[in-house]
Design a protein around this ligand. Structure first.
Ligand SMILES: Nc1ncnc2c1ncn2[C@@H]1O[C@H](COP(=O)(O)OP(=O)(O)OP(=O)(O)O)[C@@H](O)[C@H]1O
Ligand SMILES: [Mg+2]
Length: 253
């Protein structure tokens, strides 16, 4: 993950040489000082955005929690966030999306725009500043969730999904995307034990919806193999954690 170098325009380099006083340049101390100054990095290393995807109950939140500890223990500056949410506005949108009463029929189009609004805020308020500070961001869902859930699951055509996704994120695309792949039945069996007082709109979808979601993720991963890592989410938590740690720490270097 080498920081991108800015090319120094020839003109300004020449101008700088012309402006340097001749006397100062010739003394040994001045030369040494100049050298030390040049050796210091002028830009911070850009961070890394790692998104975690997969259907409900696939183990995203569990793995993010385990991996953030591994990253921290290894001395990496790591932060965790989630989608929708991660900011004050985003969390309000999350509540609206996840727990709207059954009588509030959110249209697929409105749903798409609400997810995008939360993401647009997260990118500008948290992700970009954190990347600039060199942090590793573990993000519980990101734009691929929209592609899969609203595109494949809700059957909104690919073009508006792509345009709205691009508008929301600008040029912030995850460096690595982990897909935890589980059969729909496994995810369902895991989440039905959840203790929550409110029904979750996505969790109340049919098993068929989740089969489509799973297929959608696998198709995306196949189309973009350089960004995606697909892991068998039905293995043990520890097995998945070790597998991901090995893959991610190798890529980060
Ligand atoms: N590998 C695993 N084997 C068995 N159970 C697991 C595994 N990973 C997670 N679980 C359990 O399954 C449930 C769902 O896990 P988790 O909340 O991490 O999934 P998630 O992908 O974040 O779900 P959601 O999309 O709904 O937030 C939890 O009770 C968790 O303890
Ligand atoms: Mg979760």
């Amino acid at each position: 993950m080498p920081p991108r170098k800015k090319a120094v325009p020839k003109k300004s380099a020449k101008a700088a040489r012309v402006r340097t006083p001749a006397k100062k340049k010739t003394t040994a101390t001045a030369k040494a000082k100049t050298k030390v100054k040049r050796a210091k990095p002028t830009r911070k290393k850009r961070g890394l955005l790692i998104s975690f995807e997969g259907s409900e109950g696939s183990g995203k939140t569990s793995q993010i929690s385990r991996l953030s500890t591994r990253f921290e223990d290894a001395g990496y500056p790591v932060i965790c966030t989630r989608e929708p949410g991660g900011t004050e506005i985003g969390e309000e949108i999350r509540h609206l999306l996840k727990h709207a009463s059954p009588s509030t029929k959110i249209s697929p189009q409105a749903e798409l725009l609400l997810f995008a609004a939360s993401r647009a805020q997260l990118v500008r308020e948290l992700i970009v500043p954190s990347l600039d500070k060199g942090k590793i961001i573990l993000c519980d869902r990101f734009l691929d969730s929209t592609t899969v859930y609203q595109g494949v699951g809700r059957q909104i055509s690919a073009e508006p999904v792509h345009i709205i996704n691009t508008f929301a994120v600008g040029d912030i695309i995850p460096d690595i995307t982990v897909v935890l792949d589980v059969p729909a039945e496994t995810g369902f069996a895991r989440i039905k034990h959840r203790t929550t007082d409110l029904p979750d709109r996505m969790e109340s979808e049919t098993i068929d919806f989740y089969r489509k979601v799973r297929e959608g993720y696998l198709l995306l991963a196949k189309a973009l193999p350089e960004r995606f890592i697909v892991v068998d989410g039905s293995r043990s938590r520890k097995w998945i954690e070790d597998k991901l740690w090995n893959e991610l720490s190798q890529r980060i270097g």
